[in-house]
Write a protein of this length. Structure first.
Length: 414
């Protein structure tokens, strides 16, 4: 890390002496052919979308030497140390906190896309409840994050396609398995791109831009957090999919942190850190596109600090819950009841079939363990029915909801 930092300082000094800084994107004009029938929109809307529009042309970065200020590099280096320390702390007790932090990060990444849901609804969706659309999509994002981590050893185009497929295949299978073939835009009107906040590159440029990005991601001469932040910003600029770009782009960050060895044990909830100031996050992406990469690196560094603080608090809350349970559960230490306790930290809403499958015990032993935890007040049954009953751990759900509330609040500090 120190050697790379020194190298980057040299690059920064060279930039001050006149070397080219990070390249800004260009723009090119394209003719607009609306896909919505003229009769479905007013004349004023049609008039506002007449003529050509401008789409971004992202620069090739595969072989480009990033140029950053010494302050951005120092902040990223400090944040990397904190992330590695937190990951090491969690490595001592990897189960069940890896699953908890993965779910928390997935929910936070979805919240950036305005997909919000409480911890209980998400837990129900994990059990197959599809009544709450947002919760179902957040569970899909958990799968995308898991796919990203599992594919970290091969950061290529197929891996990125697999991440997005894990996210959307259940709901929108037609949007997966390939790069987009049409123009997309951010903000403005659904009729056309003329009033958009940002128009990513034309579909004809996506394949080449993604191949270049993969080349950049596969380099090993850039500090990890800096590398992940820049790759993420370039991915969001290309916007290679018709849907799921934001969540897939943040999943890529975790794939890179794992692939480059900054994290080894858990998913550090960086998206929860970004949530503390989403306006700054989007402004940083805009600055990156203008050739100013410092902002996105610094935003990811600050988000990492917030993520570690929030993650530690979540784990502390879970420890406190388990410590209290230790005083009220009357069972031998080798009892199935204690295995069920550990399962609750991963799945705070359970049913008997899920508990039996996860614990690998008989139905009778599962029911006995559930009764013991219910008698101790660790779980409560909330369906009030004789069949297909569900139990919840209010303490764990409250800890997860508190994590989400902290993530959405500015001012979370070290």
């Amino acid at each position: 890390m120190i050697n790379r930092m020194l190298w980057f300082s040299v690059v920064s000094d060279a930039a001050e002496a006149g070397r080219q800084a990070w390249p800004a994107l260009r723009w090119e004009a394209h003719r607009w052919v609306p896909s919505i029938s003229r009769g479905l929109v007013s004349r004023s809307v049609r008039e506002s979308h007449r003529g050509s529009y401008r789409a971004a042309v992202p620069p090739a970065i595969a072989g480009f030497a990033p140029v950053l200020s010494s302050s951005a590099l120092a902040l990223a280096d400090e944040a990397s140390i904190e992330v590695a320390r937190f990951d090491g702390e969690m490595g001592v007790e990897i189960e069940p906190f890896e699953a908890v932090l993965l779910r928390a990060e997935s929910a936070s990444s979805s919240q950036i896309e305005n997909l919000t849901s409480g911890a209980k609804a998400i837990a129900l969706a994990e059990l197959g409840d599809r009544e709450r659309r947002n919760a179902t999509e957040i569970v899909a994002n958990v799968r995308a994050m898991r796919a990203a981590i599992d594919l970290a050893d091969r950061l290529d185009g197929d891996a990125i396609l697999s991440m997005q497929s894990a996210l959307l295949a259940d709901e929108y299978p037609d949007l997966t398995g390939r790069w987009r073939s049409q123009q997309v835009w951010i903000g403005g009107s659904g009729f056309g791109p003329h009033q958009a906040t940002f128009v990513p590159p034309h579909a004809d440029r996506v394949a080449a831009a993604m191949a270049d990005l993969v080349g950049f991601m596969q380099r090993n001469d850039i500090p990890v957090l800096v590398h992940a932040a820049l790759a993420h910003a370039q991915f969001e600029t290309i916007h290679p999919f018709p849907d799921g770009n934001g969540r897939t782009g943040r999943a890529i960050v975790h794939a890179m942190l794992r692939a480059k060895g900054l994290t080894r044990n858990v998913t550090v909830p960086v998206s929860a850190g970004l949530l503390t100031d989403t306006e700054a996050y989007f402004d940083a992406l805009t600055a990156f596109r203008a050739g100013e990469p410092d902002a996105i690196v610094m935003r990811f560094a600050e988000a990492s600090f917030s993520a570690v603080v929030n993650g530690r608090q979540l784990v502390s809350d879970l420890h406190d819950a388990r410590a209290r349970w230790q005083t009220v559960i009357r069972a031998r230490q080798d009892s199935v009841a204690w295995s069920l306790v550990d399962l609750l930290l991963r799945h705070p809403v359970i049913d008997a079939p899920t508990a039996q499958r996860e614990l690998g015990v008989t139905a009778a032993n599962t029911q006995r363990a559930i009764r013991r935890l219910a008698d101790a007040g660790v779980i409560t049954e909330f369906t009030d029915r004789k069949r297909n009953r569900l139990w919840q751990s209010i303490e764990i759900l409250s800890a997860l909801d508190a994590f989400a509330a902290r993530a959405g609040r500015r001012g979370l500090t070290r």
